[in-house]
Structures are given as C-alpha cells and as structure tokens.
Ligand binder design. Structure first.
Ligand code: NCD
Length: 346
C-alpha cells in the first residue's frame, strides 16, 4: 500500500502544509486572473496539461454544489478526466454489500485513476476507502469533517485580511456542522486565535465537547454561549456564519411543523446576521459562510455590504470564499499528485 497521502480530517494538517497550500492557491489565483480560466501565462499553460491521462473518481452520496463542482472543474483545469457516481452507495456494488475496502482497492486500480473524492454521511467511509486505495482519497464532507472547506476558509481569510494569525473569530449558528469543526481544527494551527461561539440557546447546537477540548489543548481561547451577536462582533476579524443543518436535526415524529418553524425563528433571531450586526463589525472584518445560506444571512444585506464585489474590499466575503474553491482545488490536486503533500505531512 505504501505511503499514499490522504485528506481525511483537518486535525491532520500542520502549519507548514497550510502555509504551502495557501501559497500555492494564491499563485494559481494570480495566474488565472479574473476567474477567466483561459490564460496566456506559460506556467499556467503547462498546468493545463499537468494531469493529462489521469482520472478523478467521485464517490458522492450526499448533495453538493460547490465541493463537487470545484473538484471536477479543478481536475479538468489540470487536463485530467473525471468520472464516478452521484449516488455512489445506491449505484455501485456497495448496495449488494461490498465493503468500502474492496471498493477502494478495485477503483484505485482502474487505468489512469489517480485520486478518489468521497462525500459520505459516515466518517468511517473515507477512512475505510483509504485503507486499501493505492491513490489519495479526499474526504469531501462526512458526518463530522469537511477538511477541504477549511482550507478554502483559511485561504479566504488570508486573501481578505493578509494574515491568518492574531484573529478574533466569531462563529454563529449551528455549531454541530462539519464545516465548523474542520474550520476550527484547521484554525488551531494559527497563532493567537480567540474564538467566540454563539448558537441558539433552546436548540442544543453547541460546539461538540471534543472540539472545544482540542482547541483549548492547542492554546485557543474559546468563549461559549455568547448572548449578543451584535455586541461580540465589535472587535471581530472574522464572522463565520452557519446555516441550520436541519437535515441532521433529530426527527421527532410528534413534532409539529409549527415547532420546526418556531425553532427556525428562534435560530434566526439569535444567530442571524442583521444590518445592526454588519454595522457593528470593524471595517476590516469579513463575513464568511460556507454556503448554502438560508435566512441566517439574508439576501437584503447583499448590495449594501458588497456581496458581489470581486475585490477583497467589502465586508460580505462569502461569494469570494466560494470562488476561492477553484484555486484551492487546483492547489490540492497539484500537491497531492506531485508528492509535495506527502512530504509536508512527514
Ligand atoms: C457545507 C457542507 O456541505 O457541509 N457546504 C459546503 O460544502 N460548501 C455547509 C452546509 O451545508 O451548511
């Protein structure tokens, strides 16, 4: 099996790896200016053939817009091919009881296959697949982890604020979401980080204990149960907003539609971004959101606070964060294929 590098969770990162992948993504972003992926830059031209003859296999079991889109387009931008399944467990022999280990062993030996990208609700899926895969496995979102989203988040912070150290980061909303866990774990490799957390008090969506302990063990100051979002953002550098992950909320058959409606009203009242919240943010601070968004980040704020501004100059940075998935996806694929990723993990 050898030492194949995999991307399974954000805790496995280290600062050298983070700096290197952010640097690479920045160079790529620069080469492909204005998001026009057609370029005359000779290095970028070379890049367009880098993965010719290689194939990425996508094993997706949950819906995805950004992550699916960024990996497929990144692979093609490097000259590679993409194939795979959007209903992976249903449409492969997994549905007949085949194990992920066997599946990983088989798929990774198809001609030209050089990377597997899996999105699966079970955290063990990517691990099992990786165990017998002869090529890198990327976890593109599991129950608890979303490591590549975390790299995109850190890249965006560096693009917007020119630093990833000395930050006060406020996270608001459903703190049980996988994007939050991976973002905070990756952030723990930065220096002098302070985190303030706010979740809807009646809905039990606090940050899981193990993440809090991990952050504290890495010297991060964590302030939980913040009462007022509008107040805590006054000295924030980053406001990270999460949508209610309702698909993961326990289904109570007796719960009336009304209960869910009330829960969401409570959520948006307590954790939603409003005019007041953005007005209270320092001018340099940025609002991030992994997307998709619902009413926690209402569209009526978009025009006024620059959601559509392409340069890193306006407070609503979440579309730029989404766009940063392109260069980040390319950077990850380049570094996995060149062996740099494996070197940096040593
Ligand atoms: C996130 C996810 O799927 O976990 N989205 C993403 O990958 N950009 C966040 C979410 O769904 O809320």
């Amino acid at each position: 099996m050898g030492k194949v590098p995999h991307i399974i969770n954000a805790i496995e990162f280290n600062r050298n790896l983070i700096d290197a992948v952010l640097d690479r993504a920045a160079k790529i972003k620069c080469a492909f200016k204005n998001n026009s992926w057609i370029t005359c830059d000779p290095i970028a031209q070379q890049r367009m053939h880098m993965l010719e003859g290689r194939t990425m296999m996508l094993l997706f079991d949950q819906p995805s817009l950004r992550t699916y889109g960024l990996f497929t387009t990144a692979m093609r931008a490097l000259g590679g091919n993409v194939d795979g399944w959007q209903n992976f467990s249903r449409d492969t022999s997994i549905s007949k009881g085949e194990s992920l280990q066997d599946t990983g062993r088989v798929i990774s030996h198809y001609p030209g296959v050089s990377v597997l990208v899996i999105r699966h609700p079970d955290d063990r899926a990517a691990v099992s697949l990786a165990r017998y895969s002869s090529v890198p496995v990327i976890n593109a979102g599991s129950k608890l982890e979303h490591p590549t989203q975390a790299l995109k988040d850190l890249f965006t912070i560096r693009e917007e604020l020119r630093k990833i150290d000395n930050l006060h980061v406020v996270v608001t909303g459903d703190l049980t979401g996988r994007a939050v866990r991976s973002f905070l774990c990756a952030l723990s490799y930065c220096n002098s980080i302070r985190v303030s957390l706010i979740s809807p008090p009646r809905l039990r969506l606090e940050l899981p204990r193990d993440v809090k302990s991990f952050l504290e063990s890495r010297g991060i100051q964590v302030m939980e149960n913040v009462r007022s979002l509008a107040n805590v953002v006054k000295d924030a550098d980053v406001l990270y907003v999460m949508r209610p992950q309702t698909e993961n909320w326990p289904v109570n058959s007796r719960a009336k539609v009304q209960d869910r409606k009330e829960a969401l009203i409570h959520y948006f009242d307590h954790c939603g971004v409003t005019h007041q919240v953005v007005e209270n943010l320092p001018a340099h601070a940025r609002v991030l959101h992994p997307l998709p968004r619902t009413d926690e980040l209402p569209t009526y704020l978009d025009e006024k606070y620059g959601a559509y501004v392409p340069e890193p100059t306006s407070q609503l940075a979440f579309f730029r964060q989404s766009d940063n998935g392109g260069p980040m996806g390319i950077a990850i694929l380049e570094m996995l294929h060149s062996g740099e990723w494996a070197e940096l993990l040593k």
